[in-house]
Design a protein around this ligand. Sequence first.
Ligand code: UDP
Ligand code: MG
Length: 326
Amino acid sequence: MATYYPLIPRDAPRRLSLVLPIYNEVEVLPLVIERLKLLLPTLSSETEIIFVNDGSSDRSLDLLIAQANSDPRFKVVALARNFGHQIAATAGLDCAIGDAVVLMDADLQDPPELVSQMIEKYCEGYDIVYARRTKREGESLFKRISAWAFYRLMRLLVDRDLPVDVGDYRLMSQVSLSALRGMGERHRFLRGMASWIGFATAYVEFVRPPRAAGETKYPFRKMFSLAWDAAVSFSPFPLRLAFLLGGLFTALGLLYGAYAVFRVMSGLYVVPGWTSGVVLICLTSGTTMACLGVFGEYLARLYDEAKARPLYTVYRTVNFLPPKDL
Ligand code: UDP
Ligand code: MG
């Protein structure tokens, strides 16, 4: 049953932070900056825009620093290398000082104008406001099908209540954000984490437009790795699957053994069991290896967490007050 949250209406956030992770977005950045500049005067909050450069290999950082130098509302955190979208987003959220903080993609697939609607929900008392896409435009059939499957699979593995068809575009209040900040795990799946912390949640709906320029930075490989991270860091299901497979084959082996004994005992002709022997060995060693692999995945994660390294390293910041500015 869904938790009940009495909603306490509140004023629009005095300070608002927009966080945008950037990886090789040089083509789209001028458009993004224009759109954001149009958005800013329509908001009643004092707004900071935090660009997190996720180790781009193009000249995105030059554009970002130039923008920040000409307008102090724009701030830059430059990570020391590419850490991936989820970590870059985390770095931005860590630096945000707003009473409400919005995370959005930097390719205009998350229309910035939606922020006003999110703030309305914030004012109604919601702590997390998701943007839910009702339709995707201009994305390949493969991307649409894989995204559809991704969200359903995540619901099965990560959390039954994981909202479907929402990406990382969301507003979070300062309280819910500090709850999220308490989760220091390295293999981050922000959507699952935002759902795990709870809090009163609302949705605003939008049609997801195609990328304004440039190409997706989430090829199938990264998408698969995000799904795997989500499944393995949130769910013991893959471990249980290993156990189930092991159990199944042990049972089969026992049955077959019993059958073999039965044949010998009842004096039936026993074929020198080469074929069945080989098949069984293959099957059992195969599943054993598969199970070991799954254990290995969890062990590797444990090892990663045990090292307790920082999640990211920062090379440079612009427009942050000391001590953040290096
Ligand atoms: N991104 C990032 N680091 C990465 C990959 C992507 O910061 O390693 C950023 C990217 O610049 C964009 C956002 O994450 O702002 C979402 O990426 P993209 O639009 O390529 O993903 P898609 O919308 O195709 O799923
Ligand atoms: Mg995109």
